[in-house]
Ligand binder design. Structure first.
Ligand SMILES: [Zn+2]
Ligand SMILES: [Zn+2]
Length: 283
């Protein structure tokens, strides 16, 4: 499968000269089967606009799966023009919490936004995902697990195409379950089950370990937790993801450099990054 990072930032967009390499768009990752067009979108942050560019002049035909409904994961949705046009088909999934279209309408309707989900063009099917059940979505096997975050039901995902597996935990607050063995949060069953033996772990790395004491109550993980989870779970490769808005390219470079030499290949998720799985690890 091919994994493309379309938005790597957390919380709010962060454009500017200091974030141009890792990118300022909020969370969005798109998956494609080998040689096929992108068909499975994880989260609809502002980075989803890049998917339209990837599709050229063609309509989107695929699924969007949201891990939760915070702004940085939904606000790109009405700007996904490859899906908002006649002839497009989108199956849209969110963690089960009532009628999915109605729940989305709460963030996407006047006076907050000029149109409602029903006014998007093309064919839209709104559905709810339940955790702990393997689902076939666009030919990928998707398993959701509920993970701790803050302010709304949140899922992480484990996605396989039969030859490679990606784990995606964009927003994760493991300290909500306790300090864990190293003070960075619990390496709990859901996180381990999602990440075990995966080819690629894309994980919340919003805080530095030293920032946890003052910031963990906002609902995210630290870079060190992401690294240790990857190591414990036997992940082959880790992408630090959901970068803190003020985190500069130089600061992310330094973090990544400090994590080299261990058993897991570590990189910072950067807008436009393309990873083919299973593939050779970066040299
Ligand atoms: Zn987020
Ligand atoms: Zn969130």
């Amino acid at each position: 499968m091919r994994v493309t990072i379309c938005g790597s930032r957390g919380s709010t967009p962060a454009p500017g000269p200091d974030t141009v390499r890792y990118g300022g768009h909020t969370s969005c990752v798109v998956l494609a089967h080998d040689g096929a067009r992108p068909s499975l979108v994880l989260d609809a942050g502002t980075g989803i606009r890049r998917v339209t560019a990837m599709l050229g002049d063609t309509c989107f035909e695929g699924s969007i799966v949201l891990g939760h409904l915070h702004w940085d994961h939904t606000q790109g949705l009405p700007f996904f023009s490859a899906a908002d046009r006649p002839g497009a088909r989108t199956d849209f999934y969110m963690p089960a919490q009532g009628d999915a279209e109605e729940v989305l309408r709460r963030v996407m309707s006047p006076p907050h936004f000029p149109i409602t989900p029903a006014e998007l063009r093309g064919t839209w099917n709104f559905g709810a995902l339940e955790p702990d059940i393997a689902c076939d979505i666009e030919g990928f096997t998707v398993v959701a697990r509920e993970i701790p975050h803050k302010g709304g039901r949140t899922f992480g995902f484990r996605i396989s195409d039969g030859s490679a597996t990606v784990a995606y935990l964009s927003d994760h607050c493991p300290t909500a379950l306790g300090p864990g063995p190293d003070g960075l949060g619990e390496y709990h069953d859901a996180a381990m089950a999602l990440a075990v033996d995966c080819d690629l772990l894309i994980h919340d790395a919003q805080y530095l370990d030293a920032e946890l004491a003052t910031r963990a109550s906002f609902g995210h993980a630290s870079c060190g937790y992401a690294l240790h989870l990857a190591q414990r779970a036997g992940a082959r490769r880790l992408l630090l993801y959901h970068h803190d808005p003020p985190r500069t390219d130089a600061e992310i470079d330094a973090l990544v450099a400090s994590y080299q030499g261990g058993p897991v290949a570590v990189d910072g998720a950067a807008e436009g990054m393309v990873i083919d799985l299973p593939g050779a690890l970066p040299g």
